[in-house]
Design a protein around this ligand. Structure first.
Ligand code: MG
Length: 390
């Protein structure tokens, strides 16, 4: 379990708790919240726990008596070791950013089930991951609700059946605002998502629709389709989690109440279904299900993502890294809401693409893109909107 202290990670452990003895936790890892990681280690008694650095390991070591059979590992090497544990059937990848990339490749080479929530891993290194999964005879099972829906719709459909994948987007909290009003959105406003309970980065990404842009690239990597085959419709209630249109024109959808614990349980137990006491969807209560086209003018992130997908190479990695920096700057109130996507676009225009990048090239690109985006944020205090000039 990579990333057990994050928003998805804690929900994964909630699901594991509900499943009783059906699932055993072999390893845990967390980067920031060492207190919670320690608590989780005491509760789950895993074989291994991985911290980001030696400092975290020191804190854990001080309480080692409470988990005497747990090995304390550190950093990326520790993550790869945990991911390669021969007794682990399923690796859950729920770390922020693409810190989960190397461990994902390690698990893929060993033919494991990979329950993946970290879309950045698939966005920046989709073709590397696909190749490793094929070669190692591993299986990728998405935790992202939209992709879980598509995955479920495709069960039993032979290869070559897909005409289009249709991702639903809640539209975020600002679907109704004008561009002028959007310029004054504060972090507190952006962090208040109408339907889903998620981490800070992804919640802001949902408000800019960058999350949906990343999900187009995620769908490419998971299902081997072209970005042009991945459509987006706004569906404010988040009941229809996504749809698949097949080559004969038939459309399949997966529906449910918006609760991450459903796709999490499905990914952990695949292909098994198990009873839960989660609330049931009642279509007579949920009210009308509405769908709208996304507004490309107010939400340029979708266009950028399609451009990155068409370019391929390192461009998706550049976009993802720049967005990470820009969202962080927005949360620190260094730039305005509309500047997030401007920083991303400006960073992308600064990069010459590199085709068929290997892992080192992607890691290097990520660093350079972050530095470039940081520079643009700093410069932008002069160039961008009044919010930045404060
Ligand atoms: Mg999603």
């Amino acid at each position: 379990m990579l990333g057990s202290t994050g928003s998805v990670g804690t929900q994964v452990l909630d699901v594991v708790e509900r499943l009783g003895k059906r699932v055993r936790v072999r390893s845990l890892s967390g980067a920031g919240n060492i207190e919670l990681l320690t608590e989780q280690t005491v509760r789950w008694q895993p074989r291994a726990v991985v911290t980001r650095d030696a400092e975290g390991a020191q804190i854990l070591k001080a309480r080692n008596r409470e988990f005497p059979n747990t090995q304390i590992l550190v950093g990326e090497e520790g993550l790869c070791e945990a991911a390669s544990d021969p007794e682990t059937d399923t690796l859950v990848v729920a770390v922020q950013g693409f810190a989960g990339l190397r461990p994902t490749l390690a698990a893929a080479a060993l033919g494991k089930n990979i329950a993946i929530a970290s879309k950045e891993v698939l966005v920046v290194a989709g073709s590397l991951v696909r190749k490793a999964v094929q070669k190692g005879n591993a299986r990728l099972i998405p935790i992202d609700s939209e992709h879980s829906a598509i995955f479920q719709c495709l069960i039993g459909e032979p290869e070559g059946s897909i005409e289009a994948l249709i991702l639903t987007a809640s539209g975020g909290p600002f679907a109704q605002l004008t561009t002028e009003e959007m310029a004054n959105i504060t972090p507190a406003m952006a962090l208040d998502h109408p339907t889903w309970k998620m981490g800070r980065k992804i919640t802001v990404d949902s408000a800019t629709l960058m999350n949906k842009g990343l999900e187009i690239l995620e769908a490419e990597a998971l299902f081997g389709v072209k970005a042009s085959q991945v459509k987006v419709v706004v569906h404010p209630k988040s009941i229809v989690h996504s749809l698949v249109r097949l080559v004969d024109g038939s459309v399949k959808a997966q529906l449910g109440l918006p609760d991450m614990r459903l796709p999490i349980q499905y990914a952990l137990l695949f292909p098994e279904r198990m009873n839960t006491d989660l609330p049931r969807l009642d279509l007579l209560v949920s009210g009308p299900l509405e769908f709208f086209p996304p507004d490309a003018e107010r939400f340029p992130a979708l266009r950028l993502a399609r451009e990155a997908a068409d370019e391929g190479g390192v461009m998706p990695a550049v976009m993802s890294a720049a967005d990470d920096v820009a969202v962080e700057a927005f949360l620190k109130e260094e730039i305005g809401f509309l500047d997030i996507v401007r920083v991303v676009e400006k960073t992308m225009t600064h990069f010459d693409n590199i085709r068929n990048p290997d892992l080192d090239c992607i890691v290097e690109t990520d660093k350079r893109a972050r530095a470039q985006a940081t520079h643009i944020v700093e410069e932008g205090r002069r160039l961008f909107t009044p919010v930045m000039a404060r």
